[in-house]
Design a binder for this molecule. Structure first.
Ligand SMILES: [Cu+2]
Length: 403
């Protein structure tokens, strides 16, 4: 009987077994293999229940990139990263212990031979939760502290494609001598796998700067968006953190800055006021008015938002939409969402199995099976989400009434 129940669970919720990481020669730990540490500490190993030194920079600070290796961040343009479940699935396969495992029929395959739930902890487009790049204006990674990182670019459809564009804000100032320190962050959907953080540090450099205004001091993001899973059908724009925000440090033994439970992980999307694309409002001069967030707080005013002839921004649209307009070019960043084919021969990934949570209630199970069985609706829901983002918060809910 138990076996029967387990079998049906597996049928409903695909088993999640894979992890993904950012790969580039500029990263810390680029040449770390499963043999380097006494345990598998490859860049793709998920971070959870670790001590600070074990999760911070993935424990890879002693494995810096070679002199002169930087990940370039062209101001106002996309920086294309490679994300994969195995170094062998990236352009850097030559230094991977398993050699080239790229999918010849799909260059965007994040994890050749694996299903999407295995590779990216998603059961479809609607459970992609986004990932982020953060920056600290300090060339010395060892001197960088967690509160120094500011998220400057988000990709909501991460980690769906190997080549992932991160739009760089147009006003990014130049880095100091020796470059900046950056990191990739990702926390996946609670619907496809257990609690996991991902962090890969790397050396980066802003190119083509046209502004010298520094970044503002980053603050903690706040959960303020519509959250139907928790019966919050409306967003609370006044309760959001605007401007420069820190990345999430979650579910480790030490150094956490977010304390959400296993079924409500902090994610890089509208739920925490992380718009898709470049975070254009992270600078000291981005806002002319910035009240403390609270459910009924007044909305901040973008310094660049008011134009001659505009009605008073404070009485008008909330900042999320103002900001969305300012960053609308980032909409083009989203890579084509296509399910990678799983035709490649069985490619054994060395990733340890992710612990998958059991659904907490039959109601949740029902909603999961509903989502998975309505594959045809997926794309339209995804499109609705994108559309909903551009609407006034008050009007967003009405979009969803048909569901
Ligand atoms: Cu994983």
């Amino acid at each position: 009987m138990l076996a029967l129940i387990l079998t049906s669970l597996v049928t409903i919720v695909p088993f999640a077994a894979g992890h993904s990481a950012f790969f580039h020669p500029s990263m810390y730990g680029f040449n770390v293999t499963d043999q380097t540490f006494p345990f598998d500490n490859r860049p793709v190993a998920p971070l959870r229940d670790r001590t600070f030194t074990d999760w911070w920079f993935h424990g890879h600070l002693d494995f810096p990139p070679n002199e002169g290796d930087f990940f370039d961040l062209p101001a106002g343009q996309p920086a294309t990263a490679e994300i994969a479940c195995n170094k062998g699935a990236t352009s850097y396969f030559a230094s991977s212990e398993g050699g080239d495992i790229r999918n010849p029929s799909n260059p965007n395959d994040v994890c050749p031979g694996a299903s999407s739930s295995e590779a990216y902890h998603t059961i479809g487009l609607e459970t992609l939760t986004g990932c982020a790049l953060a920056i600290a204006y300090n060339s010395d990674a060892r001197a960088v502290k967690p509160e120094d990182f500011t998220v400057f670019s988000v990709n909501h459809t991460c980690v769906w494609t190997r080549f992932t564009d991160f739009q760089v804000p147009a006003n990014m100032p130049p880095c100091p001598e020796g470059g900046c320190t950056c990191a990739f962050f990702w926390i996946h959907s609670p619907k496809s796998g257990g609690e996991e953080n991902y962090m890969n540090g790397f050396k980066c450099n802003v190119t083509g700067s046209t502004s010298t205004a520094p970044l503002a001091t980053p603050k903690l993001p706040r959960r303020c968006g519509a959250d139907s899973e928790n019966n919050r059908l409306q967003s609370a724009p006044g309760n959001c953190t605007y401007g420069a925000k820190q990345p999430y440090y979650w579910f480790n033994k030490e150094g956490n800055n977010m304390f959400e439970g296993a079924f409500s992980p902090p994610v890089y999307n509208d739920l925490y006021n992380f718009l898709d694309g470049a975070q254009e409002d992270i600078f000291e001069n981005s806002y002319s008015f910035m009240p403390d967030p609270a459910p009924n707080a007044a909305l901040p005013i973008l310094a660049t938002a008011s134009e001659p002839g505009d009605s008073s921004p404070s009485s008008d649209s909330p900042s999320p939409d103002t900001t969305a307009t300012a960053t609308s070019s980032s909409e083009t960043s989203t890579a084509t969402a296509e399910t990678p084919s799983d035709t490649t021969p069985d490619q054994k990934q060395k990733s340890p199995t992710c612990k998958r949570k059991q659904p907490s209630s039959s109601a949740e199970l029902a909603s999961r099976s509903l989502t998975t069985s309505r594959g045809a609706l997926r794309n339209s829901i995804f499109a609705m989400t994108k559309r909903s983002r551009k609407l006034q918060p008050g009007k967003r809910a009405s979009l969803w009434h048909m569901f």
